[in-house]
Design a protein around this ligand. Sequence first.
Ligand SMILES: [Zn+2]
Length: 265
Amino acid sequence: MLRYMFYNHRLLLTLIFAVVLSACANRAPGGYKLVKLNSENHNSRVKIIVLHYTVSNTARSLNILTTGEVSSHYLVTNDPSPKVYRLVDENRRAWHAGVGSWYKYYDINSVSVGIEIVNKGPTNGDWEPYGDEQINAVAKLVKDIARRHNIDPKNIVGHSDIAPQRKQDPGPAFPWQQLAKQGIGRWYNEDAVRQAELRFLESDNLPDAEWIQSQLRRLGYATPSSGVLDKETVNVLRAFQMHYRPELHDGTPDARTMAILEVLP
Ligand SMILES: [Zn+2]
């Protein structure tokens, strides 16, 4: 009796297995027999989150980003109650970054999610401030994407970080420090920066161009190795300041900028 039950049990399992397998094997649209299994061995294509401003208003931006030659995964509006539009699936490659690089990544569109934020950027030298509600929406969105793709905080960047020779967005009005307080992106220890700044000021001796260039490269920026403070290096310094010391971003290598360069992890 026991033996009979055992065989019966095995037969039942075999039958179930066969039914499950036949359910998995489907005709793919290409006409071949497709069996779908789920390997555990894969990871996300997304390594970087890139923030932009649109310059244009919501309606015009949506039009450009859906019918023009550029796109982004998301657009965050500047309404009193901001909306987040999803324009491109995160698994797909949107066209937002253009020529640029960050650390070892050179094809940024292939490894990033792009977020456009409705903001005018600079008008007659003044930068339009970002509203609190809009920044709240951006923060929630970035946090969600960063968590799902396990993004390294240093890889949450602005367009100007990955393309400092061409781009200024999201600009010095973007509150990176406020986001950093919510655990979004890379920031520095203020006490350590103040100490380093004091040391540079007291010694009256700022680091040379070669050191500045190597620090910028260490922090992910594509920077020349010329050993002189050329125009390209000043552009990178300006992008660095817009992100980490936005109150003054003229590309001057002052003590405070040198201190942040040294301390930033
Ligand atoms: Zn941009």
